[in-house]
Every structure is written in structure tokens, then in C-alpha cells.
Design a protein around this ligand. Sequence first.
Ligand SMILES: [Zn+2]
Length: 241
Amino acid sequence: MVRVSDQDPTQIPYTLVRSPRARRLSLHIDPERGLEAVVPARIGEARARREVEAFIAERARWVERSLAELRERRSALGTDGRLVLGGLIPYAGRAHRIRAGAVAVISVAGGEIIVPEKMTGSETLLRTRMTTWLRRRARSVAEQMIAVYAPEMRVQPTRLRIADQSSRWGSASADGTISLSWRLVMAPPSCFEAVIVHELAHLRARGHGVRFRQIVERHLPDESTRMRELQRLTPALAAVR
Ligand SMILES: [Zn+2]
């Protein structure tokens, strides 16, 4: 079979969007569709394509870099971040496919997250149930890790809060509350553990000074390497919804 493409193979692929609201040509990187060129609807398609291709050629460097970033973001964990049936989300640092199955409660097996049929009635329902489940899993994993590290580090958190803090993975307050993002349950357990040790250390030392680093490194010598890994994976983890 021969495929006929009307797009020059040397050209960067893009989606042409003719918008009645657009007043001039512009380029966007859409997380789903990749490079998008928006042109005013009044410009005919052939002329629009000519102008768009010239516009892209002038900005080839920016376009290539933005598309490379998008690929990197998508492939950091090999997931698409969609909390829907068939979606591929990270869980404990590995890609897991979401599917419906004959299970009583949401279960994990062989690289899959299996959701009871009764929870798949609508996308909203599935998303709500999945998010609730991930939050509970995050709490349970955090509790297990705290039970190991808190006595060893001689600290006693007063409360554990599971939040969806978009700007930070965790925090520790003066009253002894440890707050963690539920998204940590999707990260590799080694990164989750680093955040736990980091926040527990804050119960003994505020700020990131010498005393803080000493406490952290005594209990988890490679904490900063693990935190850097978490930073690298942040876009993929934050994209899950
Ligand atoms: Zn800190």
C-alpha cells in the first residue's frame, strides 16, 4: 500500500487550525496534538499553509526544542497521564494501564490498575474514584514509611495531611503536621521515601542548613539524588488528571 501525504516529509508536522477569532498567525505546543498553527479563518487554506510553513521554518529552533521537551515530558515515565479507561498512568514509578474488570475494589496486578465495572459508568465517576483511591494509597504508603523513619530519626509527626499541593511535594509545619501530595504515590518509591525523610528532618531543623543536611544524610545519604530524580519526573506526575 502506498500512502499519499500532502505534507513535505522534511517539514515539521503540525496541525492547522483556522480560527474566526485569530487575528494573526501564531504557534502553540498542545500537550495532546503537538505543534499547532492558528491562522485567521479568512485566509484560504493553501495560502495559510504556505505562510505557516515559512513561519515555522523561521522558528525551527524554538519548535524543535519545544517538541523535544514535550516528548521528554511524555516519555519520562512512558505514560499519557489520562485517568480514563485505557489511560496509562504512573503508579509506584511504573506505567500502569487502567482497565475495567471483575474485581470488587480497585486492584493492581501485572502493570494494570483494574477498576470494578460499576465504577466505570461515566468518566467523571471513574476519575473521582481513581483519585480517591490514589489518595488512600498515598496515605497508606506514607504511614508505613513514617512508621519506619520517625522512630529512627527520633521525631513524632502529630498529623499527616494528604493534599494536592501543586507547587510542592511536601511540607512540615511548626505544629508537627506533615503534608504530602497524593501524587507521590505515582512516583518511584525511592523518591516518595526521600520526601518523607526530608519532611521528617524538618521537624528537627527548619530551613536547609548544615544541621538539616546532616540529619537527612545520616538517614538517607542519597536524598538529594532522589529529589533531583523527582524533579525530573514532576511534569509527568503533575500531568495526571
Ligand atoms: Zn525542605
